[in-house]
Design a protein around this ligand. Structure first.
Ligand code: PEP
Ligand code: MG
Length: 590
């Protein structure tokens, strides 16, 4: 049994078989053999070694005949030497005879052990040899299993995915029936892969650094998405403990769910709105299913997933129409495209768009993202703005702009909105002329000078994911600096307070739609800072609502006052956890 610690990004527990998603997406089943099969598995292993050697020799001959690849010849010699290595043979044969592993599973376990040992030695020569070991493992497995491979789309049993990294689109398209959780080497809590995992209620731990080489396909895994732990090949006692925790967590969620439709008023009657962040049209039903009050953030870039062409105005319109029709009388805040950074930077390549601005940037998080991308592609902005304006005729639509860093950007987009509304008018197409237009506050320059935007914007939504990243100068997806990525940093709290206060002073609505609003740790603090609108991941709506119902506004204000007196994120978090234990004793599940 081995316990690995990473970053908890999506709550819940999963217990199941590991499926390593490598470049070949192949899986080695954890198959056990009987005593009678030991000799035949030995033979299969020896035959696979001979086959691998002969394949390598054939390749070597081909390379010798081709002068260009001549320098590869010694590498193949080294591979043949490793294949003949006595200790490797002993290791594999031992696993077959003592552990009763099938030959392929014994090969996979043994080579993974060497790969892991090499990577821990910190020697760059040995580190480079890891890819040789990978190569040998692949050859042996191919010899043992033929070309038989299982891929993700053909899964017919439940598995836990283990990968170096998963893109947001891979996470979005996972078959939820068969994938019950995942673990990755890289990533952070507010990366888009994590955000989608939470929305899809997939327990997940990221930032485990070496999990994709520590674990073999077929291993039994426990994902503890609450504490950021994974357990590899747990013993019976640990399995029992986790089965109990999973069942308690399930009961906790069921009890929250039963109260989801109770309004989120504080005990002294302050009315608070809790709406949903969604990214796909098929999430719309989760808004009311989870007791949400409309959509506070519709991340429209996810409409591009799975599409081979750039969505046109009609495609945008149909998606927004669906949301507005499903949520009559509720506000739906549609955010214009936020392409770039960790969001679908592959789109240009996939869709054959010829501007390489997103692909070749050295520093995409500070580069041509979102509204800046629109400036280079006005036709994309026009199509989306027109679609949103058209949808506004059907319900209560808000248009929201991401990544605003200066006043001129808002002025420009407002001009486009006005121009497109005039064009629609001339074409006789309906729209709401009073559709509110607002901005996300996620760049410090805007949070600091928020008063300068009051005359231009109808509402504000604080994007704490990016605000944290840009204020503390810490990449939200980089596991190596995840310890610094702390929304509880006093600088972030000060900026949030500044925006909420300015909104109150000028009578403009302010919400928080970053992941901080979905984290129960911060609910009472934000409430006490004067926040009246939370926009959260749908599965978290019932919990956030319950917390709001548990306190009076003056009590929450007192919490905000005390938090403002601390100087470090650590002190603030520890204070908020104590507060939470008082108001929500079941909090230990989170
Ligand atoms: C944010 O930055 O907080 C936010 C809500 O936007 P996104 O996570 O899509 O960047
Ligand atoms: Mg953002």
């Amino acid at each position: 049994m081995e316990i690995l610690k990473g970053i908890a990004v999506s709550p819940g527990f999963a217990i199941g078989e590991a499926f390593i998603l490598g470049s070949e997406e192949s899986v080695i089943p954890r198959r056990f053999i009987s005593v009678d099969e030991i000799d035949s598995e030995f033979e299969r292993f020896h035959a696979a070694v001979e086959k691998a050697k002969s394949d390598i020799r054939d390749l070597q001959e081909k390379v010798k005949a081709d002068e260009i690849g001549y320098e590869a010849v010694p590498i193949f010699d080294a591979h043949i030497m490793i294949l003949a290595d006595k200790s490797l043979h002993e290791e594999v044969l031992n696993r077959i005879s003592k552990n009763r592993f099938s030959a392929e599973y014994a090969v996979s376990r043994s080579l993974r052990k060497y790969e892991k040992a090499f990577s821990k030695m910190g020697d760059s020569y040995l580190a480079q040899r890891i890819s040789d070991l990978h190569d040998i493992e692949r050859r042996l497995l191919r010899a043992l299993l033929g070309e038989r491979k299982e891929d993700l789309k053909q899964l017919n049993r439940q598995v836990i995915l283990v990968a170096h990294d998963l893109t947001p689109s891979q996470t979005a398209s996972m078959d939820r029936e068969h994938v019950i959780g995942f673990a990755t080497d890289v990533g952070g809590k507010t990366g888009h892969t994590a955000i989608i995992a939470r929305a899809r209620e997939l327990p997940a731990v990221v930032g485990l650094e070496t999990v994709s080489s520590d674990v073999s396909s077929g291993d039994t895994l426990i994902i503890d998405g609450n504490r950021g732990i994974i357990v590899v090949n747990p013993d019976e006692k640990t399995l029992d403990t986790y089965r109990r925790l999973a069942s308690d967590f399930h009961n906790f969620e069921v009890s929250l769910f039963s109260e989801k439709d109770i309004p989120s008023d504080t005990t002294d009657g302050r009315k608070i709105r809790v709406s949903a962040n969604i990214e796909f049209p098929n999430e719309i039903e989760s808004v009311t299913n989870m007791g949400g009050d409309g959509v506070g953030l519709y991340r429209t870039e996810f409409l591009y997933v799975g599409s081979e062409t750039v969505p046109d105005e009609e495609t945008h319109f149909q998606a927004y129409k669906q949301a507005v029709a499903a949520l009559p009388d509720m506000k739906v805040t549609i955010r214009t495209l936020d392409l770039g950074a960790d969001k679908f930077f592959h789109l240009e390549r996939d869709m054959g768009m010829d501007d390489k601005s997103l692909l070749n940037e050295k520093n995409p998080v500070l580069g041509c993202r979102a509204i800046r991308y629109f400036a280079r592609h006005p036709q994309l902005m026009k199509a989306q703005v027109r679609a949103i304006c058209r949808a506004s005729a059907l319900g209560k639509v808000n248009l929201m702009l991401p990544m605003i860093c200066c006043r001129e950007e808002v002025e420009k987009v407002r001009e486009v909105v006005q121009r497109e509304q005039e064009a629609l008018d001339e074409e006789g197409i309906d729209f709401d002329p009073d559709m509110p237009v607002g901005i996300m506050v996620e760049v410090p320059s805007v949070a600091i000078t928020i008063e300068n935007y009051m005359d231009l914007c109808d509402f504000f939504s604080i994007g704490t994911n990016d605000l944290t990243q840009y204020t503390i100068a810490v990449d939200r997806t980089n596991e190596h600096v995840a310890n610094l990525y702390r929304p509880a940093n006093p600088a972030i709290l000060k900026l949030i307070q500044n925006v909420i206060k300015a909104g109150e002073d000028y009578g403009k609505p302010v919400s928080v739609c970053g992941e901080m609003a979905s984290d129960p740790t911060f609910t009472l603090l934000l409430l006490g800072m004067g926040l009246k609108h939370f926009s959260v991941s749908p599965p978290l709506i019932p919990e956030v609502k319950k917390l709001i119902r548990s306190i009076s506004y003056p009590e929450a204000q007192e919490i905000a006052r005390e938090a403002a007196g601390y100087k470090t994120a650590r002190e603030i978090t520890s204070f908020l956890h104590n507060v939470l234990r008082k108001y929500q004793p079941d909090w230990s599940f989170n």
